[in-house]
Design a protein around this ligand. Structure first.
Ligand code: BTN
Length: 327
């Protein structure tokens, strides 16, 4: 109902629309309309009310409310169910709870703020109120658990494309799924899965994009290594437009993967890679070594040429030192 009232008011532009007109269109009482309008105002919508002329839409809040997202969506599955929370511990945690309860594929959990945002390798994720995209989506892919890496890589490719479309900023992907601009981190992706031996129950893909965070708003310890779209574009970015574009690109990558296999996505990943052709330091599983990142294998492993042979990296931390020959 709120979404319909908003649409009607928006379509009416600068003009007033009487409560009676709206109640007639929606076949509900004028009191019900008044109550919904009060609720919208509490959420930050600016709606002018005049005793004789009615209501007029004057502006919306910078919030990722479902009634803002839904009219903009171009997807068939992703975001068709939205679970919105002003604040949450982690959208991944909430999405996993909903996935266990049997939610349908494509549900997204969107929050304005996370108190316990999580990253890979048990790291945290800085998620201040209203300054980024902090969301998770639930997929139930038909491929095997061993192929779940496809979700991570296709999401990195998709988010990178959406950022390019909306902001014209050309970023790179660091294996497996960080999106960087000139070596500084802009996007993190955390994929978590529940599976049987041969089938996936669900995959939760958590995406964090630093959108409108100013440089001095980041904690001191992050300032050298992170960036935001607002810092790169010297202006505020429309989070709603970006979210809708990201969902469209992820759905497109997912459909392509299911229909045509993973090779086209791998090609896109290679083309956007910040890792291939570089000397990398690898740590994890009690080992540490360096080498030249030569390719990504069909199973998502990073192939690193060391003095002693070719290493296949499937997990762990990879830091990019320099392009080969530029050390
Ligand atoms: C990483 O770079 O290590 C991954 C960071 C992923 C952060 C996102 S924000 C939305 C979702 N919820 C979380 O707790 N984490 C992911």
């Amino acid at each position: 109902m709120r979404a319909v009232i908003l649409r009607i008011l928006r379509e009416n532009g600068d003009c007033f629309l009487s409560g009676e007109d709206i109640s007639r269109q929606l076949a509900v009482s004028r009191t019900a309309i008044w109550k919904h309008i009060q609720a919208l105002k509490r959420d930050g919508y600016v709606i002018e009310a005049h005793s004789r002329r009615g209501y007029r839409f004057c502006g919306g809040p910078d919030l990722l409310l479902p009634e803002e997202i839904e009219p903009q969506l171009t997807t068939a599955i992703l975001g068709r169910k939205i679970h919105y929370l002003p604040a949450v511990d982690s959208t991944n945690n909430e999405a996993k709870r909903l996935a266990v309860d049997g939610c349908s594929e494509g549900l997204i959990v969107v929050a304005e703020e996370q108190s316990g945002g999580r990253g890979r390798l048990a790291r945290g994720w800085f998620s201040p109120f209203g300054k980024g995209l902090w969301f998770s989506l639930v997929l139930r892919p038909s491929f095997s658990p061993q192929e779940a890496y496809k979700c991570t890589l296709m999401t990195a490719v998709a988010v990178n494309k959406a950022i390019k479309k909306v902001t014209s900023i050309d970023c790179r992907i660091k294996w497996p799924n960080d999106i960087l601009y000139e070596g500084k981190k802009l996007v993190g992706i955390l994929t978590e899965m529940s599976a049987e031996m041969d089938a996936i129950n669900y995959v939760v893909i958590g995406v964090g994009v630093n959108v409108n965070i100013a440089g001095d708003e980041f904690p001191l310890e992050l300032r050298e290594t992170v960036t935001s779209l607002a810092m790169l574009s010297l202006g505020r970015i429309d989070r709603l437009e970006l979210l809708v574009a990201v969902l469209a690109e992820i759905e497109d990558s997912y459909q392509k993967t299911l229909q045509y296999g993973f090779k086209p996505i791998l090609e896109e990943w290679r083309a956007a890679s910040a890792t291939l052709g570089c000397i990398v330091d690898v740590s994890g599983g009690g080992r540490q070594f360096s080498g030249l990142a030569v390719d990504i294998a069909d199973d998502g492993a990073l192939l690193v040429q060391t003095d002693t042979g070719l290493e296949r990296i499937l997990a762990g931390d990879v830091s990019v030192r320099a392009r080969q020959g530029e050390e």
